[in-house]
Structure formats: structure tokens, C-alpha cells
Design a protein around this ligand. Structure first.
Ligand code: FES
Length: 184
């Protein structure tokens, strides 16, 4: 190949590579199917009080820490407007608890109560509050049991088992596998 040809072909190859990368990325972010969060399989764990009943408003979230042999797990308790897979319903009150560790690369998730305000940052418009990752802007839907709905994460968030006793809510175990630490 002549040097003059290289001047032509190199930029064409670079542009082709860019568009290929961009297409794969767009497909992964927007269209690639992600696994549903089905009914969880629980592993028994310590019993930890996480809230009083009625303490959280609708769509309220409360962070807590759950002790595990490998260290404390950062988690969220949420009160939802309707039942969700793996959650706990007590009459008209519906709760669910999640690990806050992103199933992509283990960053700590935030609760995003106002999806409209966050839509610019995430480049993602959603119809209800979600759990968002500040590292690569992944998003998980609490009403779908923590299913990954946007960004690089593929797997749903592990849930924590909830039980009610008296006026208190307790976390009493966690879902297996506990991604991303286990089961990739
Ligand atoms: S670590 Fe959460 S999206 Fe990458």
C-alpha cells in the first residue's frame, strides 16, 4: 500500500471504528434485554431493626447497614406505592430493601427521588424514582424489584429480606447471589 493511500484509509478506519463502538454502546445502553428481578432466594442472616412502621412517607428511602461476614453492607429501605417482587406488604404499606452496591462495578448507589431533575445528569428520563449510580449512571427500578433499567449494569440489585414484628421492620437475610460480590 502506498503512503498516499494510508492518508485516506486511516481516517476512514478510525471513523468506522468510532461508529461501530457508538452503535454497540447505544444498543447496550438502550435496547439490550436485562434479566428480570424474579422472586428471590434468601440466605438467612442477622436480624436488624431498620425502621418503625409508618416512619417513611410514600417513596421515602432510609439508608441502613446490614452486617455480613465480609463486612457491613450498605443498603436502602424504600416505601413503595404498590407491592414489588421480593418486598414486604403489610396491608396498604409496601416496603422493599436493596443492597446499595451497583451490580456493574460496585459503586455505591444513590436514591433519585426526582427523576425529572436527574434526567439531564443521567441522560435518561424515567417515570418514577429510581436508584442511580454516580459512576456510570446506571439506573435500577425499585417497583420492578431492583431490575437494571438503564446504563451499563445488567443484573438486578440484590434484595434484603424484610419482616415485621410489632411496630418495627427488620432485615433478616439477603438474596443470593449477592452481586457483584458473588455469582457473576
Ligand atoms: S459502577 Fe454503577 S454503573 Fe458502573
Amino acid at each position: 500500500m502506498r503512503r498516499r493511500d494510508l492518508v485516506f484509509y486511516l481516517p476512514v478506519a478510525a471513523a468506522g471504528g468510532f461508529f461501530l463502538w457508538f452503535g454497540v454502546r447505544t444498543y447496550n445502553l438502550r435496547f439490550r434485554p436485562r434479566p428480570e428481578a424474579l422472586e428471590p432466594q434468601w440466605k438467612e442472616g442477622p436480624r436488624v431493626e431498620v425502621a418503625r412502621l409508618g416512619e417513611l412517607p410514600l417513596w421515602g428511602a432510609k439508608p441502613f447497614r446490614y452486617p455480613l461476614p465480609q463486612g457491613e453492607l450498605s443498603a436502602f429501605l424504600l416505601r413503595l406505592p404498590e407491592p414489588a417482587p421480593g418486598g414486604l406488604s403489610l396491608g396498604e404499606e409496601h416496603y422493599i430493601a436493596f443492597s446499595r452496591i451497583c451490580t456493574h462495578q460496585a459503586c455505591t448507589l444513590n436514591y433519585v427521588p426526582d427523576p425529572e431533575a436527574a434526567s439531564l445528569l443521567y441522560n435518561f428520563r424515567y417515570e418514577r424514582p429510581f436508584l442511580g449510580c454516580p459512576c456510570h449512571f446506571g439506573a435500577f427500578d425499585p417497583l420492578l424489584g431492583g431490575k437494571a433499567v438503564y446504563g451499563p449494569p445488567r443484573y438486578p440489585l440484590p434484595r434484603l429480606r424484610l419482616e415485621a414484628q410489632g411496630e418495627a421492620l427488620y432485615a433478616t437475610g439477603h438474596e443470593v447471589p449477592l452481586r457483584p460480590m458473588e455469582g457473576l
